[in-house]
Ligand binder design. Structure first.
Ligand code: COA
Length: 448
């Protein structure tokens, strides 16, 4: 096909370098080139739906690029597969779209999008193409806000108007519900318009999805009964089923806190068949409940100083991050909290749990212990355990007035996160090991 002096054709392997250069030019500072490389290597790549606009007047000869891949799915509520996992129904995703500045304004983007949509409509069974982008641009090409066709955005980072869908003429049921992205979009880039107020909801989702993937693999290999009966060394006496049901109970309690606006009298009854299903329904319900509110909205909590939805967003991320790592260890998976989440988890364990939950149980001798995160966001705290309370300083807050310490515990954030939660951890302890041990035991009591 020819458009505005450019020929539109399917991308060929030798185009990759020129496409890379085009993407770096159009999206400077954003790793869109790496995203396209990951898309090409992934299972959702559809070679017939990756198009280039060839124009010899442009350096490199490639003036435009568009790709549609099979990298999204709609999660239809209440449709489960045979193992109790939520069924995800595949969708197409348009990303990226780029036209070289020297070729802009000549209708190339329109030609690329119209051509790729026409090919998708002819050859693909999926009912929708979704994307994130500026509605002022994409509505010109027939996209509508995805909410209009019953699809919800995969992430709180994406404003509702920026998440859009084009309707393809597929026959059969059209899924409704929340759209989920393939791993490639989570690990490489999360495009979309800037959005304030991220509160670990994406991290919560990713770790729960990662756990579901691991459970699915293990269930396929050894059957549900063996997987559910596997012992979880980090939670002595508990099996995988126990940890999943513990999380499912927390889901129901937290939803009750949010809806009732007070401490619930009893956990509402469980829904779902078996621990995997209960966990799957539960975390999605919590995530939906939290995503529907903004972090600064008032909410009832058990924390004396933090009565907002943000408390629960953070708490749920850490509750899951800790237990998903426990289950991953038990099932030989490899999930680890990202460093920024881990550092925030150390802060939460110290200030929230140690800071509020010990009461008369504190048996400190006034020893100070410094906790230092080596990598990732640089943070360090000094904790002084007194007879009945814990004093927690962040060094930045008391610059120039260092609190004397008897011991220092340091390590990468993820190891410190494990240490404060009483898990086996590779941290270095210098100074008096007994002071560090007293703090660790206090943390174990507080975080239980
Ligand atoms: C945005 C981009 C793809 C437009 O390419 P283009 O070839 O200049 O666009 P076209 O000439 O085909 O324009 C198609 C229509 O979109 C409009 N348009 C173009 N750029 C637009 C923008 N940034 N915002 C809103 N509308 C835009 C044009 O006015 C035109 O409208 P019309 O058909 O009603 O007259 C190109 O500028 C680009 O690659 N930018 C950098 C990367 C990017 O932002 N990609 C989109 C990611 S969401």
């Amino acid at each position: 096909m020819t458009s505005a002096a450019a020929v539109i054709r399917v991308e060929q392997p030798p185009d990759a370098a020129a496409v890379g250069a085009l993407l770096r030019r159009c999206f400077s500072g954003e790793p869109v080139d790496a995203l396209v490389q990951a898309l090409r290597a992934g299972p959702g790549y559809l070679p017939e739906l990756a198009l280039v606009a060839v124009d010899e007047r442009i350096p490199g000869g490639i003036a435009g690029y568009v790709a549609i891949t099979r990298t999204a799915a709609a999660e239809s509520p209440d449709r489960l597969d045979e193992n109790g996992f939520h069924r995800a129904e595949p969708l197409l995703c348009l990303s990226p779209l780029a036209v070289h500045p020297a070729a802009a304004g000549r209708g190339l983007a329109r030609a690329l999008v119209e051509e790729v949509l026409a090919r998708a409509a002819r050859h693909r069974p999926e009912p929708y193409v979704v994307l994130e982008g500026d509605p002022a641009l994409y509505r010109r090409f027939g996209f509508v806000a995805a909410g209009q066709v019953g699809l919800r955005s995969p992430s709180q980072r994406i404003p509702q108007s920026a998440f859009q869908a084009a309707v393809l003429p597929a026959t059969g049921d059209r899924p409704r519900g929340r759209v989920v992205y393939d791993e490639v979009f989570w690990t490489g880039i999360t495009p979309g318009l800037p959005f304030e107020g991220i509160a670990w909801l994406d991290e919560l989702e990713q770790c729960c999805r990662g756990l579901e993937r691991l459970l699915r693999e293990r269930v396929e290999a050894s059957g549900p009964a063996t997987v559910l009966a596997t012992e979880v060394p980090a939670c002595p006496g508990w099996t995988v089923a126990d940890v999943l049901d513990h999380l499912a109970t927390i889901h129901r309690v937290v939803i009750a806190w949010l809806r009732e606006g007070r401490r619930p009298r009893a956990a509402p009854p469980a829904r779902g068949e078996g621990p995997i299903d209960r966990f799957g329904r539960g975390w999605r319900a919590v995530h939906d409940e939290l995503s529907a509110r903004s972090g600064d909205q008032p909410a009832a909590t058990w924390c004396p100083w933090e009565a907002t939805v943000a408390f629960w967003q953070r708490r749920m991320a850490h509750e899951h991050a800790v237990h998903v790592a426990d289950l991953g260890e038990a099932l030989e998976g490899s999930w680890q909290a990202p460093p920024d989440l881990a550092v925030d988890g150390v802060d939460e364990a110290l200030r929230l749990w140690l800071g509020t939950r010990l009461g008369a149980e504190v048996r400190g001798r006034g020893d100070g212990v410094r906790i230092v995160a080596h990598e990732g966001p640089a943070r360090s705290w000094t904790v002084v355990l007194h007879q009945r309370f814990a004093e927690i300083h962040e060094l930045a807050e008391i610059a120039g007035h260092p609190v004397p310490v008897e011991a220092e515990v340091s390590g990468p954030p993820v190891e410190l996160y494990r240490w404060v939660w009483g898990r086996q951890a590779r941290v270095s302890v210098t100074g008096d090991p007994e002071s560090a041990q007293v703090l660790r035991e206090a943390l174990v009591r507080a975080c239980r």
